[in-house]
Design a protein around this ligand. Sequence first.
Ligand SMILES: [Zn+2]
Length: 551
Amino acid sequence: MPGINDIIRRMMRRSSLVTTVMLATLAAAPLAQKNTPKPDAKAGIPSKLDAYKQEAVADVDSRKVFSQQMVDQIFSYGELGFQEVETTRYLADVLKTNGFSVQEGIAGIPTAFMATWGSGKPVIALGSDIDCIPQASQKPGVAWHDPIIEGAPGHGEGHNSGQAVNITAALAVKKIMEREHLPGTLRIWTGTAEELVGSKAYFIRAGLFKDVDIALFTHVGDNLEVSWGPRDGTGLVSVQYSFLGETAHAAANPWRGRSALDAVELMDAGWNFRREHLRLSQRSHYVITDGGDQPNVVPRTASVWYYFRETDYPHIKELWQIGDDMAKGAALMTGVQLLPDKVLGSAWPQHFNKVVAETTWANIQKVGLPTWSDDDQKLAVALQKELKNPKSDGLRTKLSDKLQGPVTENNGGGSDDIGDISWNVPTVTLRYPSNIPGLPGHNWANAISMATPIAHKGVTAGAKVQAMTILDLVMRPELVEQAWVYFRDVQTKDTKYEPLIRTQDQPATWLNKATMEKYRPEMTKYYYDPSRFKTYLEQLNVKYPTVKSAQ
Ligand SMILES: [Zn+2]
């Protein structure tokens, strides 16, 4: 155990506020107590918990190179959902090397794993997404569209960074738990194919979260933040409709054919008319995944893939039903057959736990935002200008003034299948500042900061918060109990989880296979090699930051 003076010295380096409060209380305390630290925060003496937190924060700082390498490595893999082969192999190796046992291929998904270290309660599950975005290939640190490989996928969301937050935090805490023989189990798991909302409902169905006490999720953002209650945004079901017609010579005997593509086009036209009469909160979009072969052959097969998004389960089901009706109507109109539909993904709307969010928020305030360099700000401002944003004020330098509570008016937005976890286990998502504010999302621009000092500093800040929150949950069992009280008596009092996936649905692990096969050989040449280069920027020979001279 460090002496009281060591603890005070450490705290003075870390947090002037805590130090001031502590020193003031110490001054008023009897002399004997000053020299004998007791695990009682109320008496003004730094508790064991505070000391462990300070130690974990220092430990996270000492692992900066480790975190940076993980961020850069996964950035360079740039793998689409369900094809995260290199990413999961790499992460599983890192975890095995650090004493975790890794269960691979969970829930029938080859690129998903659950790693475990420790024993006993609480069981804390640390998750983050790992997949990337189609056509988002981009050189990091360059403030305009400059793909590494034209047309290739890339981390245009920033999912290359969240595992580094969790793993760095877990290793810092594990060191303390091992030494102090603290009971508790740390799980680290992959948000596989999040861009397809393709895996988490299956994790729940496979019972992987049955014994989990608390789920701490991380997601890239542009500030250090957390929230509780219902979130802004939607849940969704992702469905592919396929039609079967008959080929014929499109000029000689068109009357002998039946076009499956006609059914797709009529379904889409029908949907777009109906859209006007749907609730404002819905979001729906589609891509035609099969539109036939060539114009002179009447298309025998055609498929269209829809995302139906709404703010609650009954409304998602309602949209889905309308979609099913449209598909049937289109088949009738065109005289083709509607084949059995395929659910390719699903997500419940998100609801985060009040107690865990409050605990995390207290730690966020202790950690604060990273110190950005002039170069970091220069890159951010140059990109904001390049995108012609109304505001080009660079990176965030202030935390939000309060913890974000429940959203009262939800007009829709994105989805994340962490929603399914959040309705089964008390969950929060920690957002950490590895990205630049004001970006379009799902775009090359969102990849620019993701293998630069901005991402690295954001990850270190996030890992500090995550480590402190894990320690809170390990050292204060009453928090876990209170989190479950909120979960049972408030969150799920009237709303019960029912999966959107049906018994016959299976993870859509074939998705993105062809795209990755097309680009992987070229991408392999750009995989990050930390044995030769300090950073990925260095490997790509990118000067940081690279901005236009007018900017
Ligand atoms: Zn995401």
